[in-house]
Design a protein around this ligand. Structure first.
Ligand code: NAD
Length: 467
C-alpha cells in the first residue's frame, strides 16, 4: 500500500474508503448539499483557498515538473477559482426551474436541475490543480457530495491539495483520496452517481467498465492526436507563433496541444523556419536555461519521448537531458505515417511536420485516425474553414489559433469518440453534474370524462384528426 495521505483523517486506511463514501452518501441523503446557501458557502471557501494558497500550489507545480510560474498560475492554479467565481455569480440563474412553453391545457411544464448524488472526480498530472478543482466547482454548484482523486504522478501538488482542501471545504460532503492504482481501484468498486475522469484512454476503459456495473454515467475527458492544418494561404508568421506556443507550453504536456502539423507543400520550408524563429524568440538559444520552459513530468515519460524522437529528422531541437528530464522544443520532419510518432499521442515538446498536396489530403489524413480532441486550421479563406469543419470531426476546433477555444467558458469543452464523452466548463460543468428532471403539474378543474375509457368512436375520430 502507498503511504498516501487521506482527508479528513491522515491516518485513514484504504479499507475505510467504502465507509468514507457511505458517510458522504448519508450527508447527501440528509439534504446537506442541496441548499443554495451551502453551495454558495463552499464556492466562496474554494475561492478563498485559491487566493490564500496560490503560491503554494505554484511552488508544488515547480517541484513536480518545473512548471514556469506564469504558466502554473494562468493555465492551472487559477482555473478552479475562475470556475468557482462564475458558478457563484450564476448560481441563481442556473438553478432556476426552466419554464417550458406548450399547451396550457396539459399543465405547467418545467425542467428542474437536481443534484446527482455522490460524484467521483479523478484527475491527471499535467494540470493537476485546475483539472481537479474546476470540475469540483461545478459539482458543488449542482449540489453534490464529492470525492476527489488527484494524480499520484504529481505528489507535491497532491500533498498540498490533501492539506489545504480540508481546511476550507465541508468534510461531511467533500473528501479527497490520495493514491494511485490501488486506491482508485477500491474507489471504482464503490457506487457513485457520476464519475468524471480526466486522463488517458486505457484507464478510461477501466473506469467505464467499473461504472457499467452500477450503470453509473461517466464523463471522460481524454486525449489523442490533435492535428494542425496549415493551408497555403495562411499567415505563416502568425501561424508559427501560435502553433509553437500551443505546442511548447507546459513542454507539450497538454491534452489539446497540436500533436502534428499538416502543411501545404509550398509553405513547409517557410513554416519550419518561422517555427524555429518563434521558439528562439520565446525561449532564447538554449531553452534549457529559461525559467519559462517546463520539464517532462517523470523518467518514464522522458524516456518515451527520447524514443519517439528517433522516428523523425530534427529540423531543430532534438536535445534531451536525462538528468533534468529535459526535452528541447523540437520540430521533426520525414516521420513515417505508421511510426509511433505519427500513431500515438506525443504528449511532449516534439512536433512532426508533414507535407500535404492539398486540403483533401489533409482531411483524408485526419479522418484516417481516431477523432481528435482538438483540430487547428490556419487559413484566411472562410470557404476552406467551412469545408474542413464540415468534413472532419473533433472535440473542438480553433481557426487561426491554438488552445484559445478552451479559455472561453461559454463553449463546452470535451472530446468525441476516442477523445472523450461529455463536456464541461462554465454552465456546462453545472449541467454535467445535474439531472434535468422534467416536471408537469396538472390542473384539477378541467378533467373531461371523454378522455377515459370507454373511449367510443367519436373520440377516436376526433383524435385521428390531430395525430
Ligand atoms: P495519470 O497517470 O495521472 O492518470 C489519470 C488518473 O487515473 C490518475 O488519478 C491515476 O491515479 C488514475 N489511474 C491510473 N491508472 C489507473 C488504473 N489502472 N485504474 C484506475 N485509475 C488509474 O494521467 P494520464 O492518464 O497520463 O494523463 C494524460 C492523458 O490525459 C493524456 O492522454 C491527455 O491527453 C489526457 N488529458 C485529457 C484532458 C482533457 O481535458 N481532455 C486533460 C488533461 C489530460
Amino acid at each position: 500500500m502507498s503511504d498516501a495521505v487521506r482527508f479528513p483523517d491522515p491516518n485513514t486506511e484504504i479499507e475505510t474508503i467504502p465507509l468514507e463514501i457511505d458517510r458522504l452518501r448519508r450527508s447527501f441523503e440528509n439534504g446537506r448539499t442541496r441548499p443554495l446557501e451551502w453551495r454558495r458557502e463552499q464556492l466562496k471557501r474554494l475561492i478563498r483557498m485559491h487566493e490564500i494558497h496560490a503560491d503554494e500550489f505554484v511552488g508544488a507545480l515547480q517541484a513536480d515538473f518545473g512548471k514556469p510560474t506564469f504558466e502554473a498560475f494562468t493555465s492551472d492554479v487559477s482555473q478552479g477559482k475562475l470556475e468557482a467565481k462564475s458558478a457563484l455569480k450564476n448560481l441563481k440563474k442556473w438553478t432556476r426551474p426552466e419554464r417550458v412553453g406548450g399547451l396550457p391545457v396539459m399543465g405547467r411544464a418545467r425542467v428542474i436541475r437536481e443534484p446527482l448524488g455522490v460524484v467521483l472526480i479523478i484527475s491527471p498530472w499535467n494540470y493537476p490543480v485546475g483539472l481537479l478543482l474546476s470540475p469540483l466547482a461545478g459539482a458543488i454548484a449542482a449540489g453534490n457530495a464529492v470525492v476527489l482523486k488527484p494524480s499520484e504522478v504529481t505528489p507535491h501538488v497532491s500533498a498540498v491539495l490533501a492539506k489545504r482542501l480540508p481546511e476550507y471545504m465541508d468534510p461531511e460532503a467533500i473528501t479527497l483520496v490520495e493514491g494511485g492504482v490501488e486506491e482508485t481501484t477500491v474507489l471504482l468498486e464503490q457506487r457513485f452517481d457520476h464519475i468524471f475522469y480526466t486522463g488517458n484512454g486505457q484507464v478510461a476503459q477501466v473506469v467505464m467498465e467499473a461504472a457499467a456495473k452500477n450503470l453509473t454515467p461517466v464523463t471522460l475527458e481524454l486525449g489523442g492526436k490533435s492535428p494542425c492544418i496549415v493551408h497555403e494561404d495562411a499567415d505563416i508568421e502568425t501561424a508559427a507563433r501560435r502553433i509553437a506556443w500551443g505546442k511548447f507550453v507546459n513542454a507539450g504536456q497538454t491534452c489539446i496541444a497540436p500533436d502534428y502539423v499538416l502543411v501545404h507543400e509550398s509553405r513547409e520550408e517557410a513554416l519550419v523556419t518561422a517555427l524555429g524563429k518563434a521558439v528562439r524568440d520565446f525561449y532564447g538559444d538554449n531553452p534549457k536555461n529559461t525559467a519559462d520552459y517546463a520539464r517532462i513530468v517523470n523518467r518514464r515519460h522522458h524516456e518515451r519521448l527520447a524514443t519517439l524522437m528517433k522516428d523523425g529528422t530534427p529540423a531543430f531541437g532534438g536535445e534531451v537531458d536525462d538528468d533534468q528530464c529535459y526535452v528541447a522544443p523540437t520540430v521533426l520532419r520525414d516521420a513515417d505515417d505508421e511510426s509511433s510518432l505519427m500513431r500515438d499521442e506525443i504528449f511532449g515538446p516534439i512536433l512532426p511536420v508533414r507535407k500535404v498536396r492539398n486540403i483533401d489530403e489533409a482531411v483524408q489524413f485526419v479522418n484516417s485516425r481516431e477523432k481528435p480532441l482538438a483540430l487547428y486550421l490556419f487559413t484566411k479563406d472562410g470557404k476552406v474553414e467551412d469545408d474542413v469543419l464540415s468534413r472532419t470531426s473533433s472535440g473542438g476546433a480553433c481557426v487561426n489559433g491554438t488552445l484559445f477555444h478552451i479559455m472561453d467558458s461559454r463553449l463546452p469543452f470535451g472530446g468525441v469518440g476516442s477523445s472523450g464523452t461529455g463536456a464541461y466548463h462554465g454552465r456546462h460543468t453545472f449541467e454535467t453534474f445535474s439531472h434535468r428532471k422534467s416536471v408537469l403539474t396538472r390542473g384539477t378543474r378541467f378533467d373531461p370524462k371523454i378522455m377515459y375509457p370507454p373511449y367510443g368512436e367519436k373520440l377516436t375520430k376526433f383524435v385521428k384528426r390531430f395525430m
